[in-house]
Ligand binder design. Sequence first.
Ligand SMILES: [Zn+2]
Ligand SMILES: [Zn+2]
Length: 338
Amino acid sequence: MKVAVYKRPNEMAVIDAPQPHAQAGEVVLKVHACGICGSDLHAVQYGFGMPPDTIMGHEFCGEIHEIGAGVSGFKLGDRVSALPFNSCGECDRCKSGMEIHCQKLQGLGLGQLPGAYAEYVACGVKSLFKLPDNVSSRDGAMVEPLSVGLHAVKRSAIGAGDVVVVMGAGPIGLATLTWAKGKGAKVVVSEIAAGRAELARKLGADFVVNPKETDPAAQVREMIGESPATVFECIGVKGTLENAIEMVRPRGQVVVVGVCMEPDQITPLRCIFKEVSVNFVLGYDPPDFDETIKALASGRIKPQPMVTDVIGVDQVPEMFEALRKPGGRAKVIVEFPH
Ligand SMILES: [Zn+2]
Ligand SMILES: [Zn+2]
């Protein structure tokens, strides 16, 4: 089967690899669609200790093609999205609903287990979530990144009518925007790139400001006479965390979703004067997948404008190259014939 793999830092390739077969407790999916994630770009840039020929891709859906021993509740042809990891289900972290922090976690698509930039991928049965007929396979590939936004919003204290700032309108910022709107908040998005600013408007942002021209917190003060209570940092470059802390009101909350790969400075004194809470968030909990799929099926969230490109697996290496330069692209979906 044809797969897109990591070769070495800054190099992807398309190669031929053996098709997986379903072991006990597993299914093999015929992949329909797999999104390219910002983490994939980081991983390819820095290597992350991935061996050469690692099959990447962890935002995916497909149809069940083969069923291993001991699997029940699914049949051939079922369309599913899958969590991109296997958790043990037995450690204290799994038992308390923090599967993403499982002590025996095995991630898919970043070096441990083969990922879904592939015609077929093997997944543990506990990772599967059925897709209703009215959720397309492209939307099925969006369940994972949307769940990241949902988890970020759930870890915040926002409610209906609140005015919040989302910094950055990349895929994660747009997913966070989508859910903040879904929870009834008013959202000011801060974004420099015109193309991404336009996407934020299409996804329902109440205001989109270019932070080089307008301070997002000033925009919020104009609306409610006070700085934002919650700021979602969805950029993840040096200095943006400190910017978020500058923006938020006293006893406000900064939720850090953007992934900054370098050491970064904040000023504790500023945090103390404001008594700010800073919460870092990672991934999602399994029920977030359920909630996302239900919201897609009911039309409560409509993420389609986030998808700016749909490509074939052959184009993955050149797209990774193109995505190294900032631009108007948001979510890129790798689609397989199905
Ligand atoms: Zn991801
Ligand atoms: Zn566990």
